[in-house]
Design a binder for this molecule. Structure first.
Ligand code: PXP
Length: 246
């Protein structure tokens, strides 16, 4: 099986910084350390309300990273202009609601197909790999394919929540759905990524899907860094991913 890439999401370094309105901890420093620890890419979500990552963070990351930047954003004109200014390696389109604590579900692509097709075209023309963050749902995957996305990132949140809450039958059903939808997406020629809520306990069954090429993981790794350091937290995640890829 091909090596699975690990994208480290550094949003929550900015969450800690912003909790005190200080200049530290710096997301860029975390990103550079993550690179050294074996991250294959860095993911950052510039939210409309700038609750964690700031415009200056994106500027700094775009200028300093040696691994690809995966720029997560909502499908708004403001974010499109920022993406076109920086031309990151990848742009991941996510749904965004101001009142949510985190990205709660996947993007509704099927009902917004024409607008999204028009929205992503200039990003693809600028050389960005356009990824769409969606639920593991056949109509959404087919719609992402029709609008011309290169990548779909499957939302693993429901699977991880079911595991954390001890609802193991639901967890296994979610896992099966993710497995089938990863295969469907790959059969359409889409590159398959996955992420949201993954931990050491939940990563391996997802990492074992041969179609999945990249995982994006943030909150757990930044939390675990309190205990092991960022390098140790990432190294262990990398080890678990590699273990099941054989
Ligand atoms: N992938 C996408 C598209 C996301 O929006 C997020 C959360 O910002 C993640 C992956 C990472 O999720 P977590 O921080 O729960 O690992």
């Amino acid at each position: 099986m091909e090596k699975l890439r690990l994208g480290v999401n550094i949003d929550h370094v900015a969450t800690v910084r912003n909790a005190r309105g200080s200049a530290y901890p710096e997301p860029l420093r975390a990103a550079l350390l993550a690179e050294q620890a074996g991250a294959d890419g860095i993911t950052a979500h510039l939210r409309e309300d700038r609750r964690h990552i700031s415009d200056a963070d994106i500027e700094a990351l775009a200028g300093a990273l040696t691994v690809p930047l995966n720029f997560e954003m909502a499908a708004t004109d403001e974010m499109q202009a920022i993406a076109l200014r920086h031309k990151p390696h990848a742009v991941c389109i996510v749904p965004e609601k101001r009142e949510e604590r985190t990205t709660e579900g996947g993007l509704e692509v099927a009902q917004d197909e024409n607008r999204l097709a028009t929205f992503i075209a200039p990003l693809a023309d600028a050389g960005c790999r356009v990824s769409i963050f969606i639920a593991a749902d056949a109509p959404q995957i087919k719609a992402a394919h029709r609008i011309g996305a290169a990548v779909v990132e499957l939302h693993t949140g429901a699977y991880c929540d079911a595991h954390a809450e001890g609802r193991f039958a639901a967890r296994d059903a979610e896992l099966e759905r993710l497995r089938e939808m990863a295969a469907l997406a790959a059969s359409l020629g889409l590159e398959v990524h996955a992420g949201h809520g993954l931990t050491y306990d939940t990563v391996q069954p997802i990492a074992a899907f041969p179609e999945v090429r990249e995982l994006n993981i943030g909150h757990f790794l930044i939390g675990e860094a309190i205990f092991r350091g960022l390098e140790g937290a990432i190294t262990e995640m990398r080890r678990l991913m590699d273990e099941v890829r054989g």
